[in-house]
Design a protein around this ligand. Structure first.
Ligand SMILES: NC(=O)c1ccc[n+]([C@@H]2O[C@H](COP(=O)([O-])OP(=O)(O)OC[C@H]3O[C@@H](n4cnc5c(N)ncnc54)[C@H](OP(=O)(O)O)[C@@H]3O)[C@@H](O)[C@H]2O)c1
Length: 438
C-alpha cells in the first residue's frame, strides 16, 4: 500500500494530542496500542496521534507498560486545562470524580473517549448533552463488551434497522464461573474462591456476581438499540449466587447450559423489557458455546436479521483496542471538522415494563414427599395459575426431587404458583427456579 493511501500520510501534519485520565488496566492497554501501532494509526488518521499527558493517582506506582515518567501527573487539571490536548480519555472508573472530569473536558472544548460503563449507564446523558451543544464527540465503545465493536456497529452499520432485541453474555467473570461449574461439576463458592486467587474475579466480586456490571451494560446497549433512555433502575437484575452444581447438572441432562443473560426487548411501539438473570439456554444456541471470559452479543434487526458479536469482553489490550478505535474515529472527525456527527441517539421515550409482565418458560427444582398423588397435587397448583407443564422428571435418591419445565407463561402467574407451592404439604422446599430462554 502506498504511503499516501487511507486518510493520507501524517508526515508534516501537526500531531493530534491526547490526554489520558488513568493508567490502570485499560489506560495501559490504550497507551500500548497507541504506541505499538503508532505508524499505522498515523496513516489511518492522516496525522500523528500522541499522548501528551497522563493523570494518575499515585505517581510512584509500578505501571503495566513502560512509559516516560515525565508524561505522568497527579493533577488531572494538567490534562483537562491543556489547550494542546484535543481528546481526553477518561479511564478512571466510577461516577465521581470521573463525571466532573468528563464535563470539564467537554466544557474546555475537548472531545472525550471513555470506557466507564457505570458513568455512562447512570449519568451519560449529561455528558452527551454537553458534547452535542459543543459539536464535540463523546464515545464509549470500551464500556460494553471489552474489545467487541458493538456500540459503533449499532450506531453506524446497523443504524438503518429497527432493533427488536439485544441479548447476550456481557460479564466475563460470571461466564468464567458458570463455565467452570459446568465443566467440573463444582459448586459456585469453590470456583469463585479459585477465580479470585487466579485474578479472574475481583476481591469484592459483588458487581459481577450480583449482576450490576451486566445491568449497566444492557442499559447502555438497550438505550442505543431502542433509541430510548434505559436507566440501570429500569433493568430487572438477578445475579448467579443461587445457582448450584445440581441445577447445572439437571440442565445438562435436559440439553441446556446455564448462562447469565442480559436481555433487552422492544415491546410494541412504546415499551421495552430489560433484564439480567441466569437462564437455561439450549446447548445448540450460539450463546451456549460462549465459554470462559468471552462475551457474545446477539442483535436482532428488522432488516439485517440476527447478527452475533463475539470476543474478549474485558482485559488490557482488548479494551485498549476499543478505546483506540474511538480515538481514531474522533481524530478523523477532528481532521475533517466533523466532530459531533453522532450525538445522543435516545430521541424517543419507551416505558420500561416490570418483570411480572415477562412471558417465558421456567425450570423449577423442588424436594417433595415420596408418595402417590404428590405430582398431581403440584400439577394442580400450577394449573390453578395457568402454568402448563412441558415436562416433569422425578428422582428418588435420599430425597425425592421433582424437576419441572413449564410452557411459556407470564412471570406474575409463575410467582403466584411458586408462592402457593411453598405452603403445599407435598412440597418440602422449592430449591430453585430459573427462566428457560430460546
Ligand atoms: N479492566 C477491564 O478489563 C475493563 C474493561 C472494560 C471497561 N473497563 C472500564 O474502564 C475503566 C477503568 O478500569 P481499569 O480496570 O483500567 O481500572 P484501574 O486498573 O483501577 O485503573 C484506574 C486508573 O485511574 C487512576 N485514577 C483513579 N482515580 C483517579 C483520580 N481521581 N485522578 C487521576 N487518576 C485516577 C488510577 O491511578 P493509579 O494507577 O495511580 O492508582 C488508575 O491508573 C472503568 O470504568 C472500567 O469499568 C474496564
Amino acid at each position: 500500500m502506498s504511503e499516501q493511501s487511507g486518510s493520507g500520510t501524517g508526515h508534516g501534519t501537526p500531531p493530534i494530542q491526547i490526554g489520558l485520565l488513568g493508567l490502570g488496566v485499560v489506560g495501559s492497554g490504550a497507551y500500548k496500542v497507541l504506541t505499538d501501532n503508532a505508524d499505522a494509526i498515523e496513516q489511518k488518521v492522516g496525522a500523528p496521534v500522541v499522548v501528551k499527558k497522563i493523570a494518575v493517582r499515585n505517581l510512584n506506582k509500578e505501571r503495566l507498560v513502560s512509559v516516560d515518567r515525565s508524561l505522568l501527573t497527579d493533577n488531572p487539571d494538567e490534562v483537562l486545562d491543556d489547550p494542546d490536548i484535543a481528546i481526553v480519555c477518561e479511564l478512571i472508573g466510577g461516577v465521581h470524580p470521573a463525571k466532573e472530569f468528563v464535563l470539564k473536558a467537554l466544557r474546555n472544548g475537548k472531545s472525550v473517549v471513555s470506557a466507564n460503563k457505570e458513568l455512562i449507564a447512570k449519568d451519560g446523558h449529561d455528558a452527551m448533552v454537553e458534547a452535542a451543544q459543543r459539536n464535540l464527540d463523546f464515545m464509549f465503545e470500551g464500556s460494553v463488551g471489552g474489545g467487541i465493536p458493538i456500540i459503533q456497529a449499532m450506531k453506524s452499520a446497523l443504524a438503518g434497522n429497527a432493533i427488536h432485541e439485544v441479548k447476550g453474555i456481557v460479564n466475563g467473570t460470571t461466564n468464567y464461573i458458570l463455565t467452570r461449574m459446568t465443566r467440573e461439576g463444582a459448586e459456585l463458592a469453590d470456583v469463585l474462591r479459585d477465580a479470585q486467587a487466579k485474578g479472574y474475579a475481583e476481591a469484592d466480586p459483588t458487581n459481577d456476581v450480583e449482576g450490576f456490571d451486566a445491568q449497566y451494560k444492557i442499559a447502555i446497549l438497550s438505550s442505543i438499540a431502542f433509541t430510548s433512555r434505559v436507566q440501570p433502575s429500569d433493568v430487572y437484575t438477578e445475579g448467579i449466587m443461587r445457582i448450584g452444581a445440581h441445577d447445572i447438572e439437571h440442565a445438562r441432562e435436559m440439553g441446556y447450559v446455564v448462562k447469565l443473560l442480559a436481555i433487552g426487548q422492544r415491546v410494541g411501539d412504546d415499551a421495552v423489557q430489560v433484564r439480567v438473570h441466569p437462564a437455561l439456554v439450549p446447548a445448540s444456541h450460539p450463546l451456549a458455546s460462549t465459554s470462559g471470559p468471552y462475551n457474545a452479543i446477539l442483535v436482532r434487526g428488522d432488516a439485517v436479521g440476527d447478527v452475533m458479536f463475539y470476543g474478549q469482553g474485558a482485559g488490557m489490550l482488548a479494551t485498549g483496542s476499543a478505546v483506540v478505535g474511538d480515538i481514531i474515529e474522533v481524530c478523523r472527525n477532528l481532521r475533517h471538522h466533523a466532530t459531533g456527527r453522532i450525538a445522543c441517539t435516545c430521541f424517543e421515550h419507551r416505558r420500561a415494563l416490570p418483570m411480572d409482565t415477562v412471558v417465558t418458560r421456567y425450570y423449577v427444582r423442588m424436594y417433595v414427599t415420596d408418595r402417590p398423588g404428590t405430582l398431581a397435587a403440584i400439577a394442580g397448583v400450577f394449573g390453578r395459575h395457568q402454568v402448563s407443564i412441558e415436562s416433569v422428571r422425578a428422582t428418588a435418591a435420599d430425597r425425592a426431587e421433582a424437576i419441572w419445565v413449564t410452557h411459556r407463561v407470564q412471570e406474575a402467574n409463575m410467582r403466584r404458583a411458586l408462592k402457593e407451592l411453598g405452603s403445599l404439604p407435598e412440597v418440602y422446599s422449592v430449591e430453585n427456579w430459573l427462566r428457560v430462554e430460546e
